[in-house]
Design a protein around this ligand. Structure first.
Ligand SMILES: [Zn+2]
Ligand SMILES: [Zn+2]
Length: 422
């Protein structure tokens, strides 16, 4: 049965509900975070808010304390859910290196024993211009792509994430382009909730003092829950309040946490700062981009490669020889492998080589290359998770036609021995 994208996912994410919700690998820490919110709120509702119901001039006004507490908690939990259960902005991995990397540079290729090897040189970084400022983007070996500006690879989730801010262990998810707004709203709302609970607990202490006409110590003895809640909120405020302040500064200057930590020392020019108001507008008022991943989609198993006219000539020639010129390639690469290894996948084998093998010739790396003999495939198929027509196009087809006519292409996965075979 065909697998869905989330079942064949190469990142470290955890999925639930059939790929509808995506979490980081450390999603279990969410239980702790949930407990840190829910448990104090239950204590607050039972031991503080319940007693404050009748403390206001109008009887019903007192209920507002309870209603606000419950409503605010639900709101904070909803923001937590929006932050941690959805795609933070993962850039889908390429099944193959991009066209510009795989481009066969025949001038730089080396010809050994009648075989050509592709050039292994390709730029690891690229300069792109953002708002008139040159920004250097890096190539990600794991995802096999040039990262868009502000994108970074999360080592915990093992994905490239757009506008990567940081990986938050408390929410068990990357904070990136698609969930930064909710993350900030979660942290700032949690700060307000802390202030609210602290203030209401203090107010209850004051009410107890007035009622009993006692000292503050007596009142605190009477409601230890209020004291615990005030202490808890005071400590939490340092954390969530500090985080809120820090992120307010980051939003105002249009920086990510990653950029702030990484580039501060380098004193780099911030290409994204468009003024405080515009920066806030960008974070809170622009539309959240749709996810680039459809986790529930079925994995594309096979892709038909277009047959080029020059190739047809090669095919008919090979049919005369009784050999199928093309192979079905099973792309079972570990994408984490170094790109340099992958770039050696395609070896050009001149027909002399095929002839020497004859119809009995099986590819040396039979684990990776299905023999076309058994399947009788005419057109080659490439098995992969993603369609990458660019790969097919950029593959061997840019080789001079004269080479093509006399050649057959066997695409292989790199094995250390393949180098010695060259
Ligand atoms: Zn990556
Ligand atoms: Zn992450």
């Amino acid at each position: 049965m065909a697998k869905r994208v989330y079942q064949a996912w190469k990142g470290s994410n955890k999925f639930i509900l059939g790929g509808r919700l995506i979490f980081g690998p450390d999603a279990k820490s969410l239980i702790v975070t949930l407990a840190l919110i829910i448990v104090p709120m239950i204590i607050f509702c039972i031991f503080v808010a319940r007693h404050l119901r009748h403390e206001f001039s109008s009887d019903n006004a007192g209920y507002a304390v309870l209603v606000v507490a419950i409503g605010f908690t639900i709101y904070v939990l909803l923001l937590l859910f929006l932050t941690s259960a959805r795609d933070p902005g993962i850039v889908p991995r390429n099944a193959h290196p991009p066209e510009e990397v795989m481009r066969f540079d025949s001038s730089a290729s080396v010809e050994i024993g009648g075989r050509q090897t592709p050039s292994l040189q390709f730029p690891r970084t690229k300069d792109v211009t953002v708002n008139g400022v040159t920004v250097r983007v890096k190539y990600c070996d794991t995802c096999m792509l040039y990262r868009p500006p502000r994108c970074s690879h999360c080592s915990i989730c093992n994905n490239c994430v757009e506008r990567f801010d940081h990986h938050c262990p408390w929410v068990g998810q990357c904070i990136g382009m698609r969930n930064y707004r909710f993350f900030f709203m979660f942290v700032s709302s949690a700060t307000l909730l802390c202030i609210y609970v602290f203030a209401m607990s203090a107010f209850y202490i004051k009410v107890l003092m007035d009622e009993r006409r006692g000292t503050v110590w007596k009142a605190m003895k009477e409601s230890p829950a209020s004291v615990v809640l005030m202490a808890y909120c005071f400590i939490s405020l340092w954390f969530v309040g500090g985080l809120t302040g820090f992120h307010l500064y980051l939003i105002g200057t249009n920086q990510t946490t990653y950029e702030n930590f990484r580039y501060r020392a380098e004193n780099r020019l911030n290409a994204y700062d468009r003024g405080c108001f515009s920066n806030f507008y960008e974070v809170f008022c622009t539309e959240v981009k749709p996810s680039r991943n459809n986790f529930r989609a079925f994995v594309q198993e096979e892709v038909q490669r277009p047959v080029l006219p020059s190739e047809r000539g090669a095919e008919s020639e090979m049919e005369d020889l009784g050999a199928n010129p093309r192979s079905k390639v099973e792309d079972d690469l570990d994408i984490g492998e170094d790109l340099l290894k992958i770039s050696q996948r395609r070896n050009i084998e001149i027909d002399q080589d095929v002839q020497s093998r004859g119809s009995n010739g099986t590819p040396e790396n039979s684990m990776m290359v299905d023999s076309p003999m058994a399947s009788g495939h005419r057109a080659p198929t490439i098995k992969s998770e993603n369609r990458h027509s660019s790969y097919v196009r950029s593959g061997s087809w840019e080789i001079a036609p004269e080479v093509l006519v006399n050649a057959t292409f066997t695409e292989r996965s790199y094995t250390p021995s393949s180098e010695t075979r060259l």
